[in-house]
Design a protein around this ligand. Structure first.
Ligand SMILES: Nc1ncnc2c1ncn2[C@@H]1O[C@H](COP(=O)(O)OP(=O)(O)O)[C@@H](O)[C@H]1O
Ligand SMILES: [Mg+2]
Length: 592
């Protein structure tokens, strides 16, 4: 009893195995050969021992002796081939699956990603994808091999002694159908919990590590780690009951095996008494079921593996099926030629799952060489505007055009060749300053790199560092100051040299003095470059061509800094507030 959608998820994952289907077929044959050889080895040795007990001339035994050797060798070789082929195939499937999940993440990022916690996403990408190998290695392959070998063993017994074949059939059905069903009933609930709890635990650990300084600072670290410990205990409980069910099924299957051997012995002895079976063949009849049960190996646990695979497949397919926040045109138009004018006409945009629009009827024109600033309180839609311009989010109404071409007919990557972002929390990689900047353009010459550093006013600082450009910035740039981080991000954006540069609150987390120097420097650096500057500081905005004031996703005022200061209105109010805050006791800094 499993809800409908899940079966589909497993089938979707299984479809990834189609290109390597041949590998699995060969692996199943090799596996059957290995187990068949095992069976042959036992049957031949049984015959050999029984026949040898009658002291026949050695010549009568030679064929069986050769058979025992051949089966022994074949078993090892075939087992090796089976492992090689099946794991080669399964890892091939995992690779394809992981690439598919990654590509999906790339498409839905960044607008679609907040649906997941980052640790949970990592668990989906790593653990849940890994869990899918069990579908091939522990469910499909052993079932195929078990079916082949089981049929072979029953066939052999049916030829020697039909009642013994019947006993074996009943025993095998008990071990491979009844036992998994029983174990599945006890272990299924636990199995279902494993993958989601692992995801939650992983998310909690990542969050704990990330926020450790804050947690220690406010004395909440113990409470938080207690929560992680509780999740860990829950995972252990789920794994333990699942292991219990697995142990139960292995035990029951072994019991079924023992009973089957006893049953075969009883019917075999009766047949020998009745003269229907030779004494030598009796050993074969008794030992064949033993070998057949060995062949069933992991089959009794198939219910657990299936449940676990199903749950993880569900979580993987959930990522694969997440709707696109942005529709890519099936056949994108070519990019128009430079210079570029970017226009917004009555733009409306909403985030997935949020009813209220984040932008509502915004008009904007960014002509070549012009600089426009967007200001407004937090949550007014400034970053949403940036996301739409970068094609991370589709408009729900109105249009965005690049030289009169609607951007929805262009490929997102092409648009991002023209429009580039220097984000408010630009990511710095845990590597050198040079590597972090060269990310924008690997082919840049040292002179171009120096020029970008100079414009971002970093050159002197970098030259004074003992390691210069080879200085490591630490994880998320933790070894350098906030101002330097933003300046590195700015040099990266400048080195990329985009036709249209977007700057989203480049000075956000900096103190007022540093923020104003940085803003002044970047305004100097972007003179004559098509730029959209998102900011909440008004102090420097005399330098830009137009300032647009957003509130609640709507444009509430627009004009030049100078003009808007002369009239009462939202801009003037924001300005007065900023001046008042700057003059306040906490700051000796002048506003302009
Ligand atoms: N990824 C997101 N998913 C859902 N809602 C979002 C997302 N980003 C922003 N929002 C919402 O959109 C509105 C505008 O946010 P945003 O554009 O980030 O404002 P600003 O940059 O002006 O502070 C807010 O109500 C915010 O909660
Ligand atoms: Mg923002």
């Amino acid at each position: 009893m499993t809800p409908g959608g899940r079966r589909g998820a497993v089938r979707r994952v299984a479809a990834f195995g189609r290109p390597v289907r041949g590998w699995f077929v060969l692996a199943a044959l090799a596996g059957a050969l290995a187990l068949g050889s095992g069976l042959g080895l036992v049957a031949a040795s049984a015959w050999l021992i029984s026949r040898a007990a009658q002291h026949p001339p050695i010549l009568f035994l030679l064929v069986a002796i050769v058979g025992v050797r051949a089966f022994g060798l074949a078993r090892g070789v075939a087992r090796y081939a089976e492992r090689l082929l099946s794991h080669g195939g399964a890892f091939g499937v995992l690779r394809e699956l992981r690439i598919a999940v990654w590509q999906r993440l790339e498409r839905i990022a960044p607008a679609g990603l907040p649906a997941y916690r980052s640790g949970d996403l990592l668990a989906r990408l790593v653990a849940d994808v890994d869990a899918q190998q069990d579908l091939f290695l522990r469910v499909l392959l052993p079932s195929a091999v078990g079916a082949l070998v089981g049929a072979g063993a029953i066939g052999l017994l049916a030829w020697l002694l039909p009642p013994a074949a019947l006993v074996l059939l009943v025993g095998l059905l008990a071990a491979t159908v009844a036992v998994p069903w029983l174990a599945g009933r006890t272990g299924r609930r636990a199995e279902r919990r494993v993958a989601p709890v692992r995801g939650t635990l992983s998310a909690a650990v990542v969050e704990l590590l990330r926020s450790l300084p804050d947690l220690v600072g406010c004395g909440a670290a113990d409470r938080r780690s207690a929560r992680v410990a509780a999740l860990d205990r829950e995972l252990v409980r789920a794994e333990t009951s699942s292991a219990g069910a697995a142990g139960l099924s292995t035990g029951l299957a072994t019991l079924a095996g023992g009973l089957t051997v006893c049953g075969a012995l009883v019917v075999g002895v009766a047949a020998v008494r009745g003269g229907a079976l030779g004494g030598v063949a009796l050993a074969v009849v008794v030992l064949t079921p033993l070998a057949a049960f060995e062949a069933m190996g992991t089959l009794p646990q198939i219910a657990q593996h299936t449940e676990r695979v199903r749950r993880s497949a569900d979580r993987v397919v959930d990522v694969l099926d997440r709707p696109d926040p942005v529709r890519e045109p099936p056949e994108p138009e070519p990019l128009p030629d430079a210079p570029y004018t970017l226009r917004l006409h009555r733009l409306r945009a909403a985030w997935p799952g949020v009813r209220a629009p984040a932008l509502d009827g915004v008009d904007l024109e960014l002509r070549p060489g012009r600089r426009v600033a967007i200001v407004g309180p937090s949550g007014s839609g400034k970053s949403t505007l940036v996301a739409v311009l970068l094609r991370f989010l589709d408009p729900t109404g109105g249009r965005v055009t690049l030289n009169d071409t609607d951007v929805t007919v262009l490929a997102g990557d092409d648009v991002r060749q023209v429009v580039k972002l220097c984000a408010q929390d630009a990511h710095l990689f845990d590597t050198t300053i040079g590597e972090n900047i060269l990310l924008a353009r690997r082919t840049a010459t040292p002179e171009e790199l120096d020029a970008a550093l100079a414009t971002a006013r970093l050159l002197t600082w970098v030259r004074e560092l003992p390691d210069g450009l080879a200085t490591c910035v630490g994880e998320h740039g933790s070894r350098i100051s906030g101002g330097q981080r933003q300046r590195i991000a700015l040099s990266r954006a400048l080195l990329a040299d985009p036709p249209v540069l977007l700057l989203d609150e480049p000075a956000e987390h900096l103190d007022t003095a540093t923020a104003d120097t940085l803003t002044a420097d970047l305004l100097a650096a972007t003179a004559g470059r098509t730029t959209l500057l998102v900011t909440h500081r008004l102090a420097m905005l005399g330098a830009v061509d137009e300032v647009v004031v957003l509130d609640g996703g709507r444009v509430v005022q627009r004009g030049t800094h100078g003009d808007m200061l002369t009239v009462p209105g939202p801009y003037r109010r924001m300005w007065d507030l900023e001046r008042w805050a700057d003059r306040g006791p906490g700051s000796a800094h002048r506003a302009d």
